[in-house]
Design a protein. Structure first.
Length: 404
């Protein structure tokens, strides 16, 4: 049985603190701690490391931004949530790289509870303390220089177009993940999850995108085109191909638009865990690929030998603590082993699993040893194995169109 979840609430107003405390004390699984200032919070953490920090942004003395920065450096494994009112928008934007999620203040009880429940459930997804610390400290995910430069040029143009900016971001793993983290924060007051990066840009607006990109620097670019033995350009190309094919399969299956949006985003981000591992731990990832080549190991088996975790687990953990929609997180976590997921329904996971395998079959450009295989047992359980020939035919058409 897991230990009780330690949650630290920080707010300089005792009345607000008591209100937050009342919202959460009903759960026997949570132990609630409280502090009325940043220094008091740090003193508590020094003696009592916590799983989750929930802090107000606007506080006298050490404000929420400074506290988040200290916690990020000293206790990177702690999940950091920030509370911010609309009047604190400028201050909140400065803290974008420091908090995993933003919540609107005042915060609805159910919103706070559901956010905390989802965040702490991710402890079970990733068991490596080292990787939890690495992932929790990430501020940005690197992008290819050509896309990064296109984005900067478009933002700085006198005729800057939100539509064009959205199209650029939708081609990139790192920028899409960061944009969806922001737009899905309760701080922006949206009543549904957004998983379309182009729509996310439209909702945030040009001024906010400019501030985030040019002042806060939420995006970054690759320092090298190859790290950890992985061609980052090929990883981007593969991810985009999977996203496009997944979207087409979903459209053919005539599912709702939100399902299609979730599927495209999950396809684009399905290997974000590899991007994290290869760019942050390149020597260890070289070791992974060496095991794949020399011992003919499956990629996930080699990753587990080196990291005690796999890239689907790393990617799902990041997007989960960033607050992306559950169907997207689920698709990342199980895209190689969909039968392990408890949800046995046709879902974005189903489509991303199919699109990933079919893309690897048609374009084995990523030299990572054994190709992934279709899980026919999973498709049989979902009663959709008979659709596989149609999807395979569709994949050939889609990939041929992209090659033209």
């Amino acid at each position: 049985m897991l230990d009780r979840i330690q949650i630290l609430l920080v707010d300089d107003e005792p009345r607000v603190l008591r209100g937050l405390h009342r919202q959460l004390v009903m759960s026997d699984e949570w132990e609630i701690l409280a502090a009325e200032s940043g220094p008091e919070a740090l003193a508590i953490l020094a003696d009592h490391p916590c799983d989750v920090l929930v802090t107000d942004i606007r506080m006298p003395g050490m404000d929420g931004e400074a506290l988040l920065r200290e916690v990020r450096e000293r206790y990177p494994q702690t999940i950091r949530l920030a509370l911010s009112g609309q009047t604190d928008k400028e201050m909140a934007l400065r803290a974008v790289g420091l908090a995993h999620q933003f919540l609107a203040k005042p915060c609805e009880p159910e919103t706070l509870k559901s956010t905390l429940t989802q965040a702490v459930a991710l402890r079970r997804v990733l068991n490596s303390p080292k990787l939890k610390q690495l992932v929790s400290k990430l501020k940005t995910l690197p992008s290819p220089p050509h896309l990064f430069n296109q984005l900067i040029q478009e933002i700085q143009s006198p005729q800057a177009s939100v539509k064009k900016i959205g199209q650029i971001i939708a081609q990139d793993i790192g920028m899409t993940a960061k944009m969806l983290q922001l737009v899905n924060s309760a701080f922006f007051g949206l009543r549904r999850h957004i998983s379309d990066p182009t729509q996310a840009v439209m909702l945030l607006g040009l001024d906010t995108i400019k501030a985030l990109t040019l002042s806060v620097h939420i995006f970054s670019q690759f320092g090298s085109s190859q790290l950890g033995g992985v061609s980052l350009t090929q990883l981007q190309e593969h991810s985009l191909a999977v996203a496009m094919l997944a979207k087409r399969i979903a459209e053919v299956e005539q599912v709702p638009q939100q399902f299609i949006d979730h599927t495209f985003t999950a396809g684009l981000l399905h290997d974000v865990g590899q991007l994290i591992l290869a760019t942050n731990l390149p020597d260890e990832y070289n070791e992974v690929l060496n095991l794949v080549y020399t011992q003919n190991l499956d990629l996930l088996e080699a990753e587990r030998q080196v990291f005690t975790a796999t890239h689907p687990e790393v990617g799902a953990y990041l997007l989960g603590i960033w607050g992306l929609p559950n169907p997207v997180v689920e698709a990342l976590a199980f895209h190689h082993n969909p039968l392990q997921n408890l949800n046995k329904q046709f879902s974005p996971l189903t489509v991303v699993h199919i699109a990933d395998v079919l893309t690897c079959e048609a374009r084995p450009c990523l030299d990572w040893g054994l190709l992934p295989q279709i899980d026919t047992g999973y498709l049989t359980e979902l009663n959709c194995l008979q659709r596989l020939p149609l999807w395979r035919e569709l994949s050939q058409k889609v990939l041929q169109e992209e090659d033209k």
